[in-house]
Write a protein that binds this ligand. Sequence first.
Ligand code: CYC
Length: 161
Amino acid sequence: MQDAVTSVINASDAQCQYLDGASLATLMTYFQMGELRIQAATTINAKAAEIVKAAVAQSFSSVEISRPGGQFSTTRRYAACVRDLDYFLRYATYAMLAGDSSILDERVLNGLKETYHSLGVPIDATVSAIQAMKEVTITLLGDEAGKEMGVYFDYICAGLR
Ligand code: CYC
């Protein structure tokens, strides 16, 4: 896993250079947003279950949830879906704090698309539910922090395509 600081330092070190102006400007932006990131993570921690619940309510109708033979025809599948959304939210929050998406590649997306394909988990519906979490999060956190979280929700969606 990397973060905004290590990725800039590693790039400079690979060239045996001190950090140049552009690298320092990247770090300045990252540090300036530090408090915003911590506040966003604090709110998400307190409201995680609500965010997931609202996203499920927005993206799946009650008809769909109770349809016999449908994706949610067993409690196990419904629970797996809620659990997966909670994973996505938690890891997107880690990535937002780090200012870096590498944790998503390593711990969430690695092999996930293949797992979903082999189990018949619908990718489109998963992406819709993640987008719903993004909307709920923007409403909860406001535009600036919501946009920052949105980067990582979008990253997960792109990795599932
Ligand atoms: C299943 N989701 C799974 C499985 C994995 C993950 C590995 C297969 C094993 C299991 O059932 O536990 C995901 N596991 C993860 C991730 C991590 C991990 C991301 C990283 C921390 O360790 N079904 C839908 C919805 C969607 C959904 C659209 C919710 C958004 O229709 C999810 N995931 C879903 C379902 C299953 C699943 C229903 C069970 C599929 C089955 O066994 O029939």
